[in-house]
Design a protein around this ligand. Structure first.
Ligand code: 4NP
Length: 163
């Protein structure tokens, strides 16, 4: 099994949307027995709760139900996940630092990515934080993470010969 972890700050907006959309794409491609995913936040402000109602609403508009309960990134995640995918550069820095503190090592090349590394249309490196914004911002995040998910899935299929 290839294990993928999506990480943002609060684990109630961007990373649960990334997880839900990616999981949907994996199922559509018939790869659920080969790829599994989860999400976590660098901070624990919202631990235990469902995603923000606006994230759930935009996902529901596209037929995706978000059921994840927020959790904080833990030291075990560095051993348990093959890929850790950051929504923005601040998340990425946090992941690097926490990996060093937890394991004594920075993540190996090719294990940690910014999700927008997989976005051909990106002119910035971050999935913008929609928390203090309106529904249009959540729709925008949905479109970005779906686009990144499609291209990340193609990358995994090639990298692991899943085709
Ligand atoms: P997320 O959005 O990192 O995409 O889940 C946020 C959620 C909560 C907060 C900030 C961003 N907050 O400050 O509580």
């Amino acid at each position: 099994m290839i294990n993928v972890l999506f990480v943002c700050l609060g684990n109630i907006c961007r990373s649960p949307l990334a997880e839900g959309t990616f999981s949907h794409l994996v199922t559509q491609r018939g790869l659920s027995d080969k790829i599994s995913c989860d999400s976590a936040g660098t901070h624990g402000y919202h631990v235990g709760i469902l995603p923000d109602h606006r994230a759930r609403r935009v996902a529901a508009d596209y037929g995706i139900t978000l059921t994840h309960n927020a959790r904080k990134l833990s030291s075990d995640d560095f051993a348990n996940f093959d890929y850790i995918i950051a929504m923005d550069e601040s998340n990425l820095e946090h992941i690097q630092t926490q990996s060093y503190r937890s394991t004594g090592f920075y993540p190996e090349e090719g294990h940690v990515f910014l999700y927008r590394d997989f976005d051909a249309e990106a002119d910035v490196q971050s999935v913008p934080d929609p928390y203090y914004e309106d529904m249009a911002a959540f729709e925008n995040v949905y479109q970005i993470v779906t686009r990144c998910g499609e291209s990340f899935l193609e990358y995994l299929i090639k990298e692991h010969n899943l085709g």
